[in-house]
Design a protein around this ligand. Structure first.
Ligand code: CDT
Length: 298
């Protein structure tokens, strides 16, 4: 039987002054609820331990305070311990510093509390310098380097699994890198403000574009997707919720109703991914990679 209950633990806002301990306590509550609802795996958001700090120009000390130097660490150990006690795996996004290099990172942890996959965000949106006239910025290009681990997948108890982070979900290449390695399920965390372009007609479609990207990504790559928002009004930035679980058919299997802490679940069947991959999206029979060289050359 290749079915299990997948949970997405959406999180409401995290204040600039919130301690990691307080955030981890919320995550443990969500983890317990997911477990009570039968979940084997829980997807937490991108940068899920702190506020979305790339919205500000920060002094060096405060900036440094937002990165994790090791994982798990004293603050996150209780989450790892509770997940292992309950036998639940999870995806967690956080800011990482390694040897002076800064990454927007996500890990996949198995039911025993062991990190089995690490991904560093490849597609960094926004700018390195503030855009004049705006009070809240999107400075991921200032605070992170593009990920240097490629798009790893791992054979897990939750299927052949890969991780993406936020803006990656808008890029077909990101999903494709996972599906070409056989991924059956993808975990994604995001922080998406509803005013990120400054063009009202465009920003008005922010929820639609989130949904469109996830449904297209799941269908065109025959993958289940679990996508977790950090959302609500976080330090004056209004971020969309709409966390969802999407089937390889492109159908939405579960969707959040709030912009706060909320668990959604769906019983997912990995064989559904195989069905799509054997038929309409049988890559070996139907793809024509020799015609695609522009994709990697420009
Ligand atoms: N975190 C993240 O990648 N957010 C972007 C929105 C901002 S783009 C300036 C996203 O693609 O959802």
């Amino acid at each position: 039987d290749r079915r299990y209950v997948l949970a997405v633990a959406q999180m409401g806002p995290i204040a600039r002054s919130d301690s990691r301990a307080a955030v981890v306590a919320r995550q443990i509550e969500l983890l317990r609820e997911a477990h009570a609802r039968g979940a084997a795996f829980v997807v937490f958001p991108e940068l899920a331990l702190t506020t979305f700090f790339p919205r500000w120009i920060l002094g060096e000390d405060e900036r440094q305070s937002f990165y994790e130097t090791e994982m798990p660490n004293a603050d996150t150990a209780p989450l790892f311990a509770e997940a292992a006690r309950l036998g639940v795996g999870f995806y967690l996004g956080y800011a990482e510093i390694e040897a002076g290099h800064f990454f927007n990172t996500a890990i996949v942890v198995d039911r025993a509390g062991k990190i089995i996959l690490k991904y560093r965000k490849v597609h960094l949106p926004g700018t390195a310098e503030p855009i004049p006239g705006r009070t809240l910025h999107h400075l991921e290009k200032r605070y992170f380097e593009p990920g240097n681990l490629g798009f790893p997948v791992a054979r897990t108890d939750y299927g052949i699994a890969g991780a993406l982070i936020c803006n990656d979900r808008r890029w077909p290449e990101a999903y494709r890198m996972l599906s070409l390695q056989g991924a059956e399920v993808g975990f994604i965390g995001y922080n998406t403000p509803d005013d990120h372009t400054g063009d009202f007609d465009f920003d008005n479609l922010t929820s639609f574009h989130n949904q469109l990207s996830l449904q297209a990504g799941a269908y065109q790559n025959s993958m289940w997707l679990g996508a977790a928002a950090k959302c609500g009004n976080e330090e004056g930035s209004r971020m969309i919720g709409d966390s969802m679980i999407v089937a390889p058919s492109g159908q939405i299997a579960a969707q959040a109703l709030t912009t706060g802490d909320e668990v959604i679940t769906a019983r997912i069947d990995l064989d559904m991914a195989s069905l799509y991959r054997r038929t309409i999206f049988d890559f070996a029979r139907h793809r024509e990679p020799e015609q695609y060289h522009l994709i990697t050359t420009r």
